[in-house]
Design a protein around this ligand. Structure first.
Ligand code: CBY
Length: 427
C-alpha cells in the first residue's frame, strides 16, 4: 500500500462525510416543527392501496428520518410487490422513485434492488425514453420530470448513462422544460438535481468539456427557476419544495436569510390552509423544509438524526356541515375547435370532477369523458372520445374563469357562478 495514496483518500472521505446542509441555511427550526405536523399526519394516515401511491412517501420518511417502522415496512413491501408482480408496467419516473425510496439511507432493501436488477431495468427505461424522443419529434414516452428522476437515480445508484446523451438532451432550451410558453418549475428543479449529481460524477472522470456544459445548464435552469418567483414561492406552492432543493444545491439564493423567511412564511401559510392534504404533496415539500435534498439519499449521514414530531393517528375527520347543503350553479364548457356549453347545478363544496360528471349525465355525447387514477388524483385522459397523447404533446387543460387550474379535477373546489372549461390543448 502506498502511504502517499492514503492522504487524498482520507481527505475525500472527510469531505464526503460533511453533511450537505452546511451549505444551506433554509431549514425549519425545532420551535416551528409543530407547523409541519399536518404534513406528517397526512402521510402517516393516508390509505395506500397501491405501491405507487407510497413511492414519494417512503423516500421522504427515510430521507427526513421520520421513524415509523410499520408504515415504512408496509410501503416498502407494497412497492416491492408492485415491481415483482409486473402486473402494471412502471414508468421510468416511478421505477426511479422506487429505487430512491428503497435505497435511501442504507437499509436492507438494497438487497432487493440488486436481486431484482432494478438499476439495469431503469437503464433500459431511460434508453426507451431517448429512443421515443428520436422517433417522435423529441417527445419522450413520459416527460422530462420523469427523465430527470431516472437520471438522478441512475447517477446515485451507479447505473450507466451516456454523458453525451445528457449534454445533448438536457440543454435548458429543450422544449420539454416548457408546457406551452410556461417554464415548468417542477421539471427544471428535478433536472437541476439530476445534473448536479452527474456533474459531481463527471468531475471524477475529468471530462472537462461535458463538465463545463453541464455546469452551465445547472446555472441557467436555476436562473429560470428564480425567474418564476412569486411571493416567496417558485412556480406555485406544489413546485416550491423541489425548487428549494434545486436552489440549495445550485445557488446562493437561500444564503440570504430574508429569502428563506419569505419562502417559509408562504409555505406555513399554505400548510395551515390545508393545501397539502394529498400525501404526495406533503411528501414532496417536506425534505426541503428539513434542509434535505434527494442528493442526500446516498449520503453517509442520511437518516442518522431522526426527527421527533408529535403525530396523531386519527384519520382526518370529515367536517359535518352545520347548515343544510346548498346547491350552486356553474357554467361548464368543452372546447375543441368549437365550444359546447352547458350549465349545471352541483352541491356547494363540489370539485371540478363533480361538474364534469353532472354535465356528462345531461349530455353523454358532448360531455362524456374518461379518467385515470394517479397519485395526484384523477387525470382526465379523454373527452368526447378524444384522447390525450404524450407523443403528440396533447392534453385536456382545465380552466376556471379563463385561468388554468393549479390543482387537478379531483381537488379544485368550484364556486357559485364559476365559468369552468376543459380545453383541448398542446403543451
Ligand atoms: N410525475 C409526473 O410525471 C408529473 C410531472 C409534472 C411536471 C408534475 C405536474 C410535477 C410533479 N411534481 O409531479 C406534470 N404535472 C406533468 C408532466 C404534466 C403533463 C403530463 C403528461 C406527460 N407528458 O406526462 C401535462 C399534460 C402537461 C400535465 N402535467 C397536465 C396537468 C393538468 C391535468 C389536467 C387533466 N387532464 O386532468 C393540470 C391540472 C393543469 C391544468 N390546469 O390543466 C396539472 N397538470 C397540474 C395542476 C399539475 C400539478 C398538480 C398540483 C395538485 N395539487 O394537484 C403539478 C404538481 C403536476 C402534477 N401537474 Co401536471 C404541477 C404544479 O402545479 N406544480 C412523476 C410520477 C412518477 O409521479
Amino acid at each position: 500500500m502506498r502511504p502517499s495514496g492514503q492522504l487524498p483518500l482520507t481527505g475525500l472521505l472527510f469531505f464526503s462525510l460533511i453533511p450537505s446542509q452546511l451549505c444551506q441555511i433554509c431549514v425549519v427550526n425545532e420551535t416551528n416543527f409543530w407547523r409541519l405536523e399536518p404534513l406528517i399526519n397526512t402521510m402517516l394516515n393516508a390509505n395506500y392501496t397501491k405501491g405507487t401511491l407510497g413511492l414519494n412517501v417512503l423516500l421522504t420518511l427515510r430521507l427526513v428520518g421520520i421513524k415509523n417502522q410499520s408504515l415504512e415496512q408496509q410501503l416498502s413491501q407494497q412497492i416491492k410487490e408492485d415491481i415483482n408482480s409486473g402486473e402494471m408496467e412502471l414508468t421510468s419516473g416511478e421505477l426511479a422513485l422506487g429505487i430512491l425510496g428503497l435505497g435511501a439511507c442504507e437499509n436492507q432493501d438494497e438487497e432487493f434492488i440488486r436481486g431484482a436488477r432494478l438499476v439495469s431495468k431503469l437503464e433500459a427505461k431511460f434508453q426507451a425514453e431517448i429512443q421515443n424522443m428520436e422517433a417522435h419529434d423529441g417527445n419522450p414516452l413520459t416527460n422530462y420530470y420523469q427523465l430527470s428522476l431516472a437520471l438522478l437515480a441512475l447517477c446515485l445508484f451507479n447505473g450507466s448513462y451516456s454523458v453525451t446523451s445528457v449534454t445533448c438532451y438536457f440543454t435548458p432550451e429543450n422544449k420539454n422544460y416548457y408546457f406551452g410558453d410556461q417554464f415548468s418549475v417542477d421539471t427544471g428543479a428535478m433536472a437541476v438535481l439530476a445534473l448536479t449529481c452527474v456533474q459531481k460524477n463527471t468531475q471524477k472522470n475529468m471530462d472537462m468539456n461535458a463538465e463545463g456544459k453541464i455546469s452551465n445548464y445547472v446555472a441557467s435552469l436555476a436562473n429560470k427557476i428564480q425567474a418564476e418567483r412569486k411571493q416567496g414561492l417558485f412556480g406555485n406552492i406544489f413546485s416550491t419544495g423541489e425548487a428549494m432543493q434545486a436552489l440549495f444545491v445550485s445557488s446562493d439564493y437561500y444564503k440570504n436569510e430574508a429569502n428563506c423567511r419569505e419562502t417559509l412564511r408562504a409555505v406555513f401559510d399554505n400548510i395551515s390552509r390545508g393545501a397539502f392534504y394529498l400525501p404526495i404533496t406533503a411528501a414532496q415539500i417536506l425534505p426541503a423544509l428539513m434542509g434535505k435534498t434527494y442528493l442526500d439519499v446516498t449520503n453517509p449521514s442520511c437518516g442518522l438524526n431522526p426527527v421527533k414530531f408529535n403525530t396523531s393517528t386519527e384519520k382526518p375527520g370529515t367536517v359535518t356541515p352545520t347548515t343544510a347543503p346548498l346547491n350552486i350553479l356553474v357554467k361548464y364548457s368543452v372546447r375543441i375547435n368549437k365550444t359546447s356549453h352547458t350549465e349545471v347545478t352541483v352541491r356547494k363544496g363540489s370539485v371540478f370532477l363533480d361538474v364534469m360528471k353532472a354535465a356528462q349525465e345531461k349530455n353523454e355525447t358532448l360531455f362524456r369523458f374518461t379518467v385515470e387514477e394517479t397519485s395526484w388524483g384523477p387525470y382526465i385522459t379523454s373527452v368526447q372520445g378524444i384522447k390525450a397523447s404524450n407523443n403528440d404533446r396533447t392534453y385536456w387543460k382545465l380552466l376556471s374563469n379563463g385561468q388554468p387550474l393549479s390543482q387537478g379535477a379531483g381537488s379544485h373546489v368550484v364556486q357559485n357562478g364559476d365559468n369552468l372549461e376543459v380545453r383541448w390543448s398542446k403543451y
